[in-house]
Design a protein around this ligand. Structure first.
Ligand code: ATP
Length: 199
């Protein structure tokens, strides 16, 4: 599995549609300070489901939408799509090439798609989670992040290992199910109380 290409449009400093083609092996992005190198990495994290505005070096999620320059007005949406070569079947989906995409509208809505078909954020997170491209983004090591790992609490460190081992997905599913069960239990209790009152 390797990343084949990344297309950004209206994302941070990339107002016009820009495509980066990656070959297998090492890719280096070079450019002057402030030219948008880190924005390329932010786009990768974002399309893979990153939800933390701070991780994307902004205050709120809307900050990823092109905010305009002296010569160009702000845009109403940010769009990023990432094509992954899946010839080795590393992603659990019957396609040798997988394109995931994410769009955010300034009006607030979000859209996600896998190979052009609309889906939920959860579908993208689950598709990627067994490949090591999980939602915690441990595959992207940002500036200062090594310090964070070295100073992590034992619980957080266990989280890193669980993510790498693919356990975190099941832990999250369990947490969601427990929450649903608790809500169901509360409803049941309410129903029992009501039946008691009617009798
Ligand atoms: P350095 O080498 O200093 O780390 P860099 O090449 O990694 O810099 P980035 O941090 O990727 O640069 O890009 C910063 C630029 O992106 C700034 O000029 C900033 O104004 C611009 N930028 C960030 N968000 C937006 C946005 N929403 N709209 C327009 N421009 C943006």
């Amino acid at each position: 599995m390797h990343l084949k290409s990344l297309t950004v449009r209206g994302f941070k400093s990339f107002a016009s549609a820009t495509t980066f083609d990656f070959e297998p092996g090492v890719t280096a992005v070079v450019g002057p300070n402030g030219s948008g190198k880190s924005n390329v990495v932010d786009a990768l994290a974002w399309v893979m489901g990153e939800q933390g505005a701070k991780t994307l070096r902004g205050g709120k999620m809307e900050d990823v939408i092109f905010a305009g320059t002296s010569g160009r007005p702000p845009l109403g949406r940010a769009h990023v799509s990432l094509t992954i070569d899946n010839a080795d079947g590393a992603l659990p989906i019957e396609y040798s090439e997988v394109t995931i995409s994410r769009t955010l509208f300034r009006t607030g809505g979000s859209e996600y798609a896998i190979n052009g078909a609309g889906c939920r954020l959860l579908d993208i997170q689950e598709l990627l989670s067994d490949s090591g491209l999980g939602r915690e983004m441990h595959v992207i090591v940002g500036q200062g992040q090594l310090d964070r790992v070295l100073h992590a609490t034992p619980e957080d460190r266990r989280g890193f290992i669980e993510e790498a081992a693919g356990i975190l997905k099941h832990r999250r599913r369990k947490e969601r199910t427990v929450r649903k069960l608790e809500a169901m239990q509360a409803n049941l209790q309410r129903l029992t109380d009501l039946t008691g009152e009617i009798r």
